[in-house]
Write a protein that binds this ligand. Structure first.
Ligand SMILES: Nc1ncnc2c1ncn2[C@@H]1O[C@H](COP(=O)(O)OP(=O)(O)O)[C@@H](O)[C@H]1O
Ligand SMILES: [Mg+2]
Length: 237
């Protein structure tokens, strides 16, 4: 049975889509059949991984859920699939049918990732049906306060596989906030080694390459960080 993983925080610009794309590409590279879904109709996953101009589609997740199999699925890499989201409005029938649909996906894929948005909307349903939650954040007071608040809102924080600081630089302030976060959680939830700020992110986005397609020192650090995260995702309770 496939594992559902949601990458969530109630903040924008923290690296949810970046992380989802890299984790999806990583597991697909390990020969796991992987699907990426999103609750963000901007469908930025395509900007990270789709080769060529973004495809025009009319039917995505909403069509797929409302009439099983009617949505479009895009192949991003070998073993890596993506179902886009048409818009940000959801009918009651869609919300009601979503949990059952997610269950059927478990029989078709090894991993199902959800690239989320800062608001709850359908993420409430994704959170309830996910096996694991991964929370990216940045090492600053605003992000940490929001993250602690988000952790309070989650009923079952045993689902939280890890927190991961993204866009980290070795400055006094960032390291102060990193320590503050570690102290606030006091070993309750794993906090992984931070992902550094990538100097070549624009290049990556321009060629739509994943971090696994690079061989350099920084890429190697990030690949190792992500590999730790993959091990937590693969770990079954
Ligand atoms: N580790 C990183 N280093 C440099 N830039 C990053 C890193 N992670 C994300 N970004 C950039 O920061 C911006 C926000 O990331 P994104 O994943 O789109 O955030 P979210 O999905 O949480 O709104 C994007 O332009 C992305 O390319
Ligand atoms: Mg995003």
């Amino acid at each position: 049975m496939g594992t559902i993983v949601i990458i969530k925080n109630n903040k924008g610009g923290v690296g949810k889509t970046f992380l989802t794309a890299q984790l999806g590409a990583g597991l697909a590279g390990l020969s796991k059949k992987t699907l990426i879904l999103t609750s963000d109709s901007q469908n930025n996953i395509l900007d990270y991984l789709f080769h060529g101009e973004n495809p025009i589609f009319t039917k995505g997740l909403k069509a797929e859920v409302n009439k099983k199999g009617d949505g479009e699925t895009f192949l991003l890499r070998k073993n890596l699939y993506f179902i886009p989201l048409e818009s940000n409005t959801f009918s009651t029938s869609f919300v009601e049918k979503l949990p059952k649909y997610l269950e059927t996906l478990r029989t078709e894929y090894d991993y199902i990732f959800v690239d989320s948005v800062p608001t709850l909307k359908i993420d409430k349903t994704f959170l309830e049906n996910a096996d694991k939650i991964i929370i990216p954040l940045q090492a600053n007071s605003v992000n940490i306060n929001s993250t602690l608040q988000f952790l309070n809102e989650i009923n079952d924080d045993s689902k939280v596989a890890a927190l991961i600081i993204n866009q980290y630089t070795n400055t006094k302030i960032k390291s102060k906030y990193k320590e503050f976060l570690e102290m606030s959680l006091a070993g309750k939830i794993p906090i992984l080694e931070p992902i550094p700020t990538l100097a070549f992110i624009d290049k990556m986005l321009d060629c739509r390459k994943s971090i696994w397609e690079y061989k350099n020192k920084t890429a190697n650090i990030i690949q190792n960080n992500l590999y730790q995260l993959i091990q937590l995702i693969e770990f079954k309770q």
